[in-house]
Each structure stands twice: as structure tokens, then as C-alpha cells.
Write a protein that binds this ligand. Structure first.
Ligand SMILES: [Fe+2]
Ligand SMILES: [Fe+2]
Length: 177
């Protein structure tokens, strides 16, 4: 077990008054803020690419057999967008700027945008993208450790939902095969 040093009240109060312009980022912030902001922006790009890909798949999934998949595509698109919002909000809290520039979006993202021609191809590509997101978010969580619990919790929440998404896509893929 690591020794946790508890700061006395006088020091806590004094420290909080220094650099108030940094808002939520206090003297005690233990993570490397620059790296955390980069990871958050890469993840934001990933979520935006996933939102766009699921939207495309939702509108392209037509026909009776595609209706269940289409419902999932739409739900996932909305949840990826909500993930993007949470990440953007955290970037601002940490004194950064969320990058929504469409230029270079796919390069900044971990997951890819694959349009897909058939329903099976779409579901397959969505599953691959989810698996990329799962691995990258798990690594980020491990990297953060105890240095930034708020950012870590955000990634933990998102990771849990990406695992649900992957499971949904795997089920549909199995049905289509
Ligand atoms: Fe997501
Ligand atoms: Fe997802």
C-alpha cells in the first residue's frame, strides 16, 4: 500500500487561492495534463468518427432484415455522440480546447470510418471499431491510474458502453452469418 499524505487545511486553503485562473486544475493535479489532453482529443476524434459511421450505417440499412441492425446503429450513433460530449467537456475543464476540426479527423481517431457496402460489412466494421476503442480506452485507464480519477471514471463509463456495443454487433454478425 502506498502512503497517502494528507495536506493540512491551512495549506489546502492557501494553495486553492494560487492560480485560480486554472479553474478545476489545482496544484494537486497529478497527471501530465498535456498528455491527458492529447489522449482526450484523440478519443474525441474516435467518438466523432464512430458517430458518423453509425449514422451512415443507420441510413444505409434498409429492408426488413436490416431493421434490427438499423435500430442498434441509431442507438449507438447517439451514444457515441454523448461520449464525444463528455470528453469535450472534460477537455475544457482541464484547460484545453476540444478539436472538432473535420480536417484530419480520421487521422486523429483510433477507429476508422468504413462506409461498408453490405449490412454484414457494416456490422463487421462497427465491431472492429468497437474493439479498437475498447483496447485504447483500457490502456488510457491503466495509464491514468490514480493520477486523474475524474478523467479515468469518464473513460471507465465509456469503456463499459463500448463493450456493450461490441457485444451487440457480435450478436447481429452471428445472426447474419
Ligand atoms: Fe463511444
Ligand atoms: Fe461504441
Amino acid at each position: 500500500m502506498s502512503e497517502v499524505h494528507l495536506t493540512d487545511v491551512k495549506t489546502l486553503r492557501q494553495r486553492a487561492r494560487e492560480h485560480v485562473e486554472n479553474g478545476a486544475v489545482t496544484e494537486g493535479y497529478q497527471a501530465d495534463r498535456k498528455t491527458v489532453l492529447r489522449l482526450l482529443n484523440e478519443s474525441l476524434a474516435t467518438e466523432l468518427v464512430c458517430t458518423l459511421r453509425y449514422k451512415r450505417h443507420y441510413y444505409m440499412a434498409t429492408g426488413l432484415k436490416a431493421s434490427i441492425a438499423a435500430e442498434e446503429f441509431l442507438e449507438h450513433a447517439q451514444q457515441e455522440e454523448a461520449h464525444a460530449d463528455r470528453l469535450a467537456e472534460r477537455i475544457v475543464q482541464l484547460g484545453g480546447e476540444p478539436n472538432f476540426d473535420p480536417k484530419g479527423l480520421e487521422d486523429r481517431s483510433h477507429a476508422q470510418y468504413v462506409a461498408g457496402n453490405t449490412l454484414k460489412e457494416m456490422v463487421y466494421e462497427d465491431l472492429v471499431a468497437e474493439r479498437i476503442a475498447i483496447d485504447s480506452y483500457r490502456e488510457i485507464i491503466q495509464y491514468l491510474g490514480d493520477t486523474d480519477p475524474t478523467t479515468r471514471r469518464i473513460f471507465e463509463d465509456i469503456l463499459a458502453q463500448e463493450e456493450e456495443h461490441a457485444d451487440d454487433m457480435a450478436d447481429i454478425l452471428a445472426d447474419l452469418s
